[in-house]
Each structure stands twice: as structure tokens, then as C-alpha cells.
Write a protein that binds this ligand. Structure first.
Ligand SMILES: [Zn+2]
Length: 545
């Protein structure tokens, strides 16, 4: 489509009388329509231009869930737009509840008279607005753009996502991130049409979610001694009587605020509550829930393997977890609850009398089957709450209930096995989408956990593994990148790890893979960077090529 670009600019330039619109205030299609990320299914330049006025009329038709937010978003892009239900408004947004229009898809037509955005649902409208946003100059991002009398070249964008699960994860246990940053993270997802925020709320280094029934979770389990000046893997011992001063948590009101903020941006928030491993922070306040029964202060770093684990033989563990999950299910409207399930060391289960008794009573073969029994017991409770269970691929070991969804992180094998067994799968292999990995030379990059994951490799990712038969493709819901934060202490650093690797991922999960080419994407990506700068989002610059 590149060759069309110049023609359009020439055509448009000739058509506009100089007194109303000089070439300098013609929004250049070369730096707009062709640079949309993720790449739309189809972008067709049309004849003419839409001239932006200071007093545009706006009409919303159809069943909007967040009409005020949609109007405000549009007003930020095209200042002066106001609500009008009269037909023939300058900007018209229409939701047509039509079964034949795929969910989340949209049609954006900009012509000399109107901007017409139609979709089958509100997500489609929101994604159409994100495309319109990228068609306008980067200066719209801080709303200082004086766009009146600017002309947008006419264009028709028809677009639809490839996958329904376009996820980003954030670990707030290893390092705590303030509420305002969580919202900014959601803003980052929204610009790129990502639609799932996986919130990793609990892990060995801190519990981050207020649970009314167990106040000690946030009074004690959310705090650790401060070892920020030391290496994450080599922290010095906790002194007797030393105060736990590093940490934090989100109140249920704050969580509701995040959920509402995300919902306006068409993003589902999925909570993760880790079990049975990655749960040692609990034993700072509730030691009776572990096999060992010992108080373990919340660790200010990690040691490996971390063998402390919830006791599978103790019924009060399930009472505790079910009470926690009840509050989680009540708080989060998402269909899914993530229960972790990864890296559960079985050492203490092997010697714990209660766990061994459970293996006997339930007629289980070994500790792997005990983990499977544990997860299935939790799943029953989650299903009874009208929710679905999702977990890391270890939940496959020892058998898994059919309705459970698997997040394949240890490469693609778990995802392939799960899809072949008829489970829904979200692909999140560390080899392509672990954003805690280095994205360049470790000698010049900020410290990372290891690995080598440049943006080019993320861009090359294909979420449907070759090993799957065509009829199994439907089990792959999509893909997600994870940001573990052992080595990510600040919001600036978190942004740096995510951008532009998430930008690359957004195209992997949204756009048609046909004809995908790094150099073509690179050119569009470069055009997005000024936007990140205006938004004050820290990104890793591209390497010279
Ligand atoms: Zn036990």
C-alpha cells in the first residue's frame, strides 16, 4: 500500500483551497493511516478530506455501556465535539447489534462530510477510536493540539482482531506498584487494543489484595524488610526484631476503581491468587496453613527452590482459600480466576503426615496427583461461584478438569498438550513473551532476570503452534506477555521492559499474520515513539539496523 500514499497526499493537496488548509495543516497520511499499530485488516484511502472544526456535532446511536467515557475520549481527540442525537452529525458512532458483525470489530469511514464509526458492540467502537487516535497527530496525546481547520485525509478502515485474548500481566508482589501506575499500565494496553490485564496479586514476596475476612494478609503478609539495596538473589538475613517496611497493597475500593477504569477501556482484569506453591508470604501470618507450621517472615528476595507450600492434607487450608476466593469472585467481574499452580515443590508434601494421609484417603498415586486433586477441589469451588479456573501449565500434571484453561509458559508444549486434550489455552511461552528478559546486550541494559528477548523475536511469534491440527486451533484463545518484577523496581523500568515489546505483541495477537515483516513494522513503530514521549511512557529505543 506504500505506493498509494504519495498519490493520496498529492491528490489531497490539490483538492484543498490554500486559504482553508495549507499543506502544513493537512494531517499527513504517510505518518498516520499507514502507521496504525496493530495493523488493521484493511485501510483504504478515499477521496477528499474531513476538515476538523471547532464546533463539531456528535451522535451516539445504539446500546453504549459507557457513553460518557466514549464522548470524553472523542472530545480529547477532536475538541469541541458535543452530543447530538440529530442525524447527520459530523461524527457519528453507531452500535448495530448484529450477529453477523464479529465482536470487537469496527468500520471507520472518514469522508469529506463525516466521520462514521460503526461496530457490533462497544469494544468495536473503542478500538475504532484508538485507530482514529493514531490517525491524528501525536500531539493529541496531551490535548494541546490545535487541530481546527486541519484536514484528515479520507480513509476507510475495516478491522477485526485475530484473537480474543490479548493479554498483559503485571507482577506486583516482587515489587509493589502504585495504583496510579496500574491505571497507566491499563492506558498502555488500551492504546494497543490489548484486552486482558492479568494482575499477579500474590506471591512469596508480598500479598497485595485486601481480604476483609483475613486482615493480617495486608497487615503482615504485604510487608517485608527492605533489602532494595541488595541483589535480589543474595539478600542478607532478616535480623531479629527488624521491621518490615517495604510493601503495600490495594484496598477493595481501589481494586474496584481499577476494574471500572479498565472496563471503560474494554479491558478485563483477571486476578491471580497463587496456590499451592508461591505462597510462603502467607506463612508470615498464618503458619498453620503450611506443612511445616513455622512462621516465615516475608522474603525480601528469592532463594531457589522455594519449598514452602500450602498443606494439601489440612482442611482448614481449603476453608481459608475458599473464603479468599469468595471475596475475589465477588470483587472481580471477570469470568476467570487465575490460581497460579506453577512451580509447587513437593518436598514437604512427601514427608508431611497430613498430606500423606490425604494421598491414602483419596487413593492417589503420588504428590503430582495430590496437586491435581488440590487444583480440582479448588476448581469445583470456583465453578460453583459461576467462574472459570485458569492456571499455569503445571496444572495439567496428574490430570485436569475439562473446563479449566491453561496458560502455557514453559514453552509451547503445555499449550499443545492442553489444546490436544480439548482445554482452552492462552499461549505465554517464556521464549517469546517473558518481558523480564533482557532485550539487548546485558552489559548495557538495566539488570534483568536473564534470557534474551529482543523486540524482533516478540514480533516473530506465532501463537498457533504448528503441532496443532486445524480443528484444534480454536482452543488457542490468544497470547499474553508477562512482566515478572524481581528486577523491576520502578515504574520507569517497568515501562521500559514493556515498550516496545508489547507493541510488537499487540500486532501478533490482533493482526493478520500474512505478509508480516519486521522492517515494515519497524517503520510504523518508529512513528509511534513520539506518542510515547508525549505520554511520558519510557520505552527502549530500537537498535540501529
Ligand atoms: Zn502437608
Amino acid at each position: 500500500m506504500k505506493h498509494l500514499t504519495l498519490k493520496i497526499i498529492l491528490l489531497v493537496t490539490l483538492m484543498i483551497p490554500m486559504e482553508t488548509c495549507t499543506t502544513s495543516n493537512l494531517i499527513n497520511i504517510e505518518s498516520s493511516a499507514m502507521n496504525i499499530i496493530p495493523k488493521p485488516q484493511s485501510v483504504k484511502p478515499l477521496q477528499g478530506t474531513f476538515v476538523i472544526k471547532s464546533d463539531q456535532s456528535l451522535s451516539l446511536e445504539g446500546d453504549f455501556v459507557h457513553p460518557e467515557f466514549i464522548k470524553a475520549s472523542l472530545n480529547a481527540l477532536l475538541p469541541g465535539a458535543f452530543s447530538s442525537n440529530a442525524g447527520g452529525a459530523d461524527v457519528q458512532l453507531r452500535i448495530h447489534p448484529d450477529q453477523s458483525i464479529p465482536s470487537e470489530s469496527y468500520r471507520l469511514e472518514i469522508n469529506a462530510k463525516h466521520i462514521l464509526l460503526t461496530a457490533g458492540d462497544e469494544p468495536g467502537i473503542f478500538y475504532g477510536l484508538q485507530t482514529l487516535r493514531q490517525l491524528l497527530p501525536a500531539t493529541v496525546e496531551n490535548q494541546t493540539a490545535e487541530l481546527h481547520n486541519n484536514a484528515i485525509p479520507a480513509v476507510l478502515v475495516v478491522d477485526s482482531p485475530r484473537f480474543g485474548w490479548r493479554g498483559m500481566h503485571l507482577d506486583v508482589s516482587r515489587h509493589f506498584f502504585p495504583l496510579e501506575f496500574v491505571k497507566q499500565y491499563i492506558d498502555m494496553l488500551a492504546l494497543h487494543k490489548m484486552n486482558v490485564f492479568h494482575w499477579h496479586l500474590t506471591d512469596d514476596n508480598g500479598w497485595r489484595l485486601e481480604i476483609k475476612k483475613y486482615p493480617k494478609l495486608t497487615e503482615i503478609c504485604a510487608w517485608r524488610v527492605d533489602r532494595e539495596h541488595e541483589d535480589w538473589r543474595k539478600w542478607s538475613p532478616i535480623e531479629p526484631g527488624e521491621k518490615a517496611t517495604y510493601g503495600g497493597f490495594y484496598t477493595q475500593d481501589e481494586v474496584r476503581e481499577v476494574i471500572a477504569y479498565a472496563a471503560e477501556r474494554q479491558i478485563t482484569v483477571i486476578p491471580e491468587i497463587e496456590m499451592p506453591g508461591h505462597s510462603s508470604e502467607l506463612f508470615a501470618a498464618y503458619p498453620e496453613l503450611s506443612c511445616q507450621g513455622k512462621v516465615i517472615p516475608v522474603n525480601p528476595g528469592s532463594y531457589w527452590p522455594n519449598e514452602d507450600i500450602l498443606c494439601a492434607g489440612n482442611d482448614s487450608v481449603f476453608t481459608f482459600l475458599e473464603n479468599v476466593l469468595d471475596e475475589v469472585a465477588e470483587l472481580f467481574p471477570a469470568q476467570y480466576i487465575h490460581i497460579g499452580g506453577d512451580e509447587a515443590a513437593k518436598k514437604y508434601w512427601e514427608t508431611c503426615p497430613k498430606c500423606q494421609q490425604r494421598i491414602q484417603t483419596e487413593g492417589l498415586e503420588n504428590e503430582h496427583e495430590l496437586q491435581s486433586w488440590f487444583i480440582q477441589k479448588i476448581e469445583k469451588h470456583i465453578l460453583a461461584k459461576g467462574k472459570r479456573l485458569i492456571g499455569w501449565d503445571e496444572i495439567l500434571e496428574g490430570g485436569l478438569a475439562q473446563s479449566a484453561t491453561v496458560m502455557s509458559w514453559r514453552g509451547e508444549k503445555g499449550g499443545i498438550a492442553a489444546a490436544k486434550a480439548g482445554h482452552d489455552v492462552v499461549m505465554t511461552p517464556y521464549t517469546y513473551v517473558y518481558f523480564d528478559y533482557y532485550q539487548g546486550n546485558p552489559e548495557t541494559e538495566p539488570q534483568a532476570i536473564g534470557g534474551d528477548l529482543p523486540v524482533t523475536k516478540v514480533y516473530s511469534y506465532e501463537p498457533i503452534p504448528e503441532e496443532l491440527e486445524p480443528e484444534e486451533h480454536k482452543f488457542v484463545l490468544g497470547a499474553q506477555a508477562n512482566l515478572w518484577t524481581e528486577f523491576v523496581k520502578t515504574t520507569d523500568h517497568a515501562e521500559y521492559m514493556v515498550l516496545p515489546r508489547m507493541t510488537a505483541l499487540s500486532e501478533v495477537v490482533w493482526s493478520d499474520p500474512e505478509g508480516r515483516e519486521w522492517s515494515e513494522f519497524r517503520a510504523r513503530l518508529t512513528e509511534l515513539f513520539p506518542r510515547y514521549e508525549i505520554l511520558d511512557w519510557n520505552y527502549r529505543p530500537l537498535d540501529e539496523e
